[in-house]
Design a protein around this ligand. Structure first.
Ligand SMILES: *[C@@H]1O[C@H](CO)[C@@H](O)[C@H](O)[C@H]1NC(C)=O
Ligand SMILES: *[C@@H]1O[C@H](CO)[C@@H](O)[C@H](O)[C@H]1NC(C)=O
Ligand SMILES: *[C@@H]1O[C@H](CO)[C@@H](O)[C@H](O)[C@H]1NC(C)=O
Ligand SMILES: CC(=O)N[C@H]1CO[C@H](CO)[C@@H](O)[C@@H]1O
Ligand code: SF4
Length: 341
């Protein structure tokens, strides 16, 4: 009888402790959140990183601003090491870009899984031209991918050819991918570079049909040593330039698309944190790309200092807002996921 009673008392005490611990965890969780918000205001935190792990690309976009200057691919352990450092420094979102990330599907898959499963990065996304994406890849990796962004600059294939993006079946593939994303609960996003060849296009019907949850429209960007046409540049994008007014007209023409997010040049330049294939941040001020020291060699804080990254512009682009909150202007009817971009 006595032992039963003591068992009962023990039970009461232990459940009290467990309950309390939960409460303590909760309080700690909220304190941490508040701490995070405060630290964004006072120091640079690499919240969102674009990792261009390869410059290789099967496209030859005339306006490319991240050209295939090298074919280097870091050993996967180096990439993981750098990603871990970034996660420790506060990275919450990683975007894999290129070049074309799907030229290295195994590599990509391993990094996605590492970010989600080991580093617990909140949001993982990929930017791709779509041509090499396979149904099975998405099926296998649906739990490690929040957002898939596909580039499409025109729904007129002849214009796509002129721009240098693929030959023929781009739009068809786009439609397939949007369906696969819906099936697997991955958010489907569209990226369009507004340039001299598509500036007068009316894409409303096509966009409505594909129904991305977000449609980003960029203004062609000129970077001296990438696409500025000068010595050291692989591209001359100057024939693609659109004026601010032409860009604005394109946006106005599509204002019925609630998911549209315009990115004029003044907003773009320094608001992205770009990590290159050598695990260096790229400083894009002065229309150029100057690499920082590599994360393999220096602490994150030091590389960030050299990055010329404009945290204010990032916030101006509503980067933080976008990602921590369900946007009200979603036009695709993808299921709600906590993280948006
Ligand atoms: C996409 O990129 C790949 C490799 O970079 C290239 O071979 C392919 O033609 C591109 N497709 C489109 C539609 O741009
Ligand atoms: C895009 O929409 C137009 C109508 O505005 C249509 O004629 C065209 O076939 C569509 N293009 C594609 C590739 O679906
Ligand atoms: C970024 O590069 C520019 C030159 O392109 C330089 O003037 C500037 O100091 C750099 N920023 C940082 C933080 O190093
Ligand atoms: C579909 C469409 O409107 N395409 C246009 C894109 O721009 C070129 C050049 O400005 C036009 O010739 C196309 O008609
Ligand atoms: S803009 Fe993108 S898709 Fe086009 S060539 Fe450059 S990296 Fe490839």
């Amino acid at each position: 009888m006595l032992s039963l009673l003591s068992l009962f008392v023990l039970f009461i005490i232990s459940s009290y402790v467990v309950f309390h611990e939960k409460k303590i965890n909760k309080i700690q969780y909220f304190l941490k959140k508040i701490g995070n918000i405060l630290s964004y205001k006072t120091k640079k935190v690499p919240l969102s990183v674009n990792f261009h792990f390869t410059r290789k690309c099967n496209y030859e976009c005339g306006f490319c601003f991240h050209t295939a200057k090298t074919s280097y691919l870091a050993p996967i352990e180096d990439s993981k090491y750098a990603l871990k450092k970034l996660a420790d420094a506060g990275m919450k979102k990683i975007n894999f870009a290129g070049g074309e990330p799907f030229l290295y599907p195994k590599y990509l898959e391993e990094l996605m899984r590492y970010c989600k499963l080991v580093l617990k990065v909140e949001s993982v996304s990929i930017v791709s031209n779509g041509s090499k994406i396979k149904y099975d890849f998405l099926k296998r990796n649906k739990d490690y991918l929040d957002i898939l962004a596909i580039s499409c600059d025109s729904f007129d294939e002849s214009v796509n050819k002129k721009i240098g993006r693929g030959t023929g079946k781009h739009v068809e593939k786009l439609s397939d991918i949007s369906h696969w994303c819906r099936e697997f609960g991955i958010k489907f996003k569209l990226n369009t570079v507004v340039n001299a060849y598509n500036k007068s296009e009316d894409m409303n019907e096509n966009i409505s049909k594909i129904a991305p949850f977000r449609w980003k429209c960029f203004q062609v960007l000129i970077l001296e040593n990438e696409n500025g046409g000068g010595e050291g540049a692989l591209r001359d994008a100057r024939e693609f330039i659109v004026t601010d007014q032409e860009f604005e007209e394109f946006i106005q023409r599509h204002s019925e698309q609630k998911c549209i997010v315009p990115e004029p040049n003044n907003l773009m330049k320094n608001s992205y944190l770009i990590l290159d294939e050598y695990l260096r941040f790229l400083n894009c001020t002065n229309n150029d790309k100057t690499p920082s020291e590599s994360l393999l060699d220096v602490p994150v804080e030091k590389a960030l200092m050299q990055a010329g990254w404009d945290q204010e512009a990032f916030i101006g682009r509503s980067g933080i807002y976008d990602w921590s909150k369900q946007p009200s202007n979603t036009c695709g009817n993808n299921q709600a996921k906590e993280l948006e971009w």
